[in-house]
Write a protein that binds this ligand. Structure first.
Ligand code: ZN
Ligand code: MN
Length: 475
């Protein structure tokens, strides 16, 4: 490949602490505008910020899960810039001594494991939100001002939009696992900016970096990166290069648009935030936080392969979220066959959840219900196909599978006399198929079984029907 794409990411993640980073205001998404505010998060003169210990704890958790070094001494700095949603005229952030340093995440690619290095993770406050109205005025909601953030900056180690996508997926699942954020892009609790440029490997020439903003989903991020990849290659092929710039993704037009030329870091006039004491972190505290970390996705995946004898693919899918993994494990405890449970969870359950954009937490039924359903199939009370229908009902009503089977009269017909009546009727109506079968056409048997299933609305025991038809014809 002549052209090499270079991608780095900057990700802002809102932490789920109870209160904001420098005051006691509630940290909650939404709420009536300007009701989660106080003099501190409104930046009123004389109001003094106090660093929330939980924010530091959550950031350390994230740092440990992402293999960072935790700084034993760190501090807050002022990052100066003017924007209406930033009341103080500066953001309290961290400049040269971030809380977490280095770190990495490993991606499992087809060609092997690839390490994506992190530069740093620092803590900072979120800004308020501008609401632009139809009459072209702007309103400001400061509920979000002072919500704690971690900013995660990667090295430019990704070389395709797909790698960046996998990184984001893995990062999201890791942060959700450790419970520091819900990482909902649609609510802005995970926001991602992309730095991208392209190098001509023959001439060594590279384009100026473009910063991409306004990416509202991972999908949008991938599309924007693919668009930029092509645009940068054209720049290399053509006359010259544009300046370093910030562009936003226009989802409707499917293209990126220039927002502004990128500001250099010098513009921010960083200065230490002298209203907040330096942060000292003892090793004992880091150890304590480390001990409380839950099993991370990668370790869980390995354990699933070992403990449940699952294929790697299944284990990967089932451990994508902690909730899904728990749902699976709780079902397995009640059902017998781990692979069978995996098939149900990955198949009918996940497919439906994905179709409807729901998470496993949104299910109206629990692991016990799914285990019961699998039990009904194992005991030949219902067929696999009826089982799928019952599951659809469980999705909608949350009723127990046993109750659904009973109410809808779905119990499999395994009564010989009852089945024989239906089978004989089908055979008498399909004489040609009987002849075909006698002449060695096996497909005719399948057709006749199908007719019996149809006549019983799927309730006949298919193995019994199969045998019965063969016996009758061969008699
Ligand atoms: Zn406040
Ligand atoms: Mn930031």
């Amino acid at each position: 490949m002549r052209y090499k794409t270079i991608i780095g990411l900057e990700i802002h993640v809102e932490l789920m602490t109870k209160t904001k980073i420098f005051c006691g205001c509630v940290n909650e998404f939404g709420g009536e505008v300007n009701t989660h505010c106080c003099p501190v998060c409104l930046g009123l003169p004389g109001a003094m910020p106090v660093l929330n210990r939980s924010v530091v704890e959550y950031a350390i958790k994230a740092g440990l899960a992402l293999n960072c070094r935790i700084s034993d001494r760190s501090r807050m700095d002022r990052k100066n810039y003017f924007y209406p949603d930033l009341v103080k005229g500066f953001q309290i952030s961290q400049d040269d001594i971030p809380l977490c340093d280095g770190g990495y995440l490993e991606l499992e690619l087809e060609q092997g494991v690839k390490k994506i290095r992190l530069m740093r993770i620092h803590i900072e406050e979120d800004t308020g939100k501008s609401i632009h109205t139809e009459d072209e005025s702007s309103l400001l909601d400061y509920n979000r001002a002072g919500v704690p953030l971690i900013e995660i900056v990667t090295e430019p180690d990704m070389n395709t939009p797909e790698e960046a996508y996998l990184f984001l997926e893995k990062l999201r699942s890791t942060l959700k696992y450790i419970g520091v954020s819900d990482c909902k892009m649609e609510e802005g609790s995970l926001r991602c900016d992309v730095n991208i440029n392209v190098m001509d490997t023959e001439t060594g020439q590279r384009t100026n970096i473009t910063e991409l903003k306004n990416l509202n989903s991972f999908r949008a991020a991938v599309r924007a990166m693919e668009y930029e990849e092509k645009r940068h290659i054209e720049l290399l092929k053509g006359e010259g290069d544009t300046e370093r710039e910030t562009r936003r993704w226009d989802e409707v037009e499917g293209k990126t648009v220039v927002m502004r030329e990128k500001a250099g870091t010098a513009d921010y006039r960083f200065a230490s935030e002298s209203d907040i004491l330096p942060i000292g972190i003892e090793d004992a505290w880091i150890d304590e936080i480390g001990k409380d970390l839950p099993e991370l996705p990668h370790a869980k995946k390995k354990r699933f392969i070992r403990e449940y004898d699952l294929p790697e693919y299944d284990a990967g899918v089932l451990t994508q979220s902690r909730e899904l993994a728990n749902f699976y494990e709780e079902t397995v405890e009640l059902a017998k066959d781990p692979k069978q449970v995996s098939n149900w969870v990955m198949g009918d359950v996940l497919r439906r959840l994905n179709d409807e954009g729901l998470d496993v937490e949104d299910l109206k039924f629990g692991p016990k219900d799914l285990a019961d359903l699998i039990g009904l199939i194992d005991e030949d009370k219902i067929s696999n196909n009826i089982g799928k229908k019952v599951l659809r009902d469980m999705f909608e009503t949350g009723k127990e599978p046993g109750q659904i089977v009973e109410e809808k009269g779905l119990i499999q017909i395994s009564d010989e006399d009852e089945l024989r009546k239906v089978v004989e009727k089908v055979l008498s109506e399909n004489e040609q198929s009987v002849i075909d079968y006698r002449n060695g056409r096996d497909r005719a048997l399948g057709f006749m079984v199908g007719q019996v299933m149809k006549a019983t609305r799927g309730k006949a025991n298919p193995q019994m029907v199969n045998e019965m038809i063969r016996n009758i014809i061969e008699e």
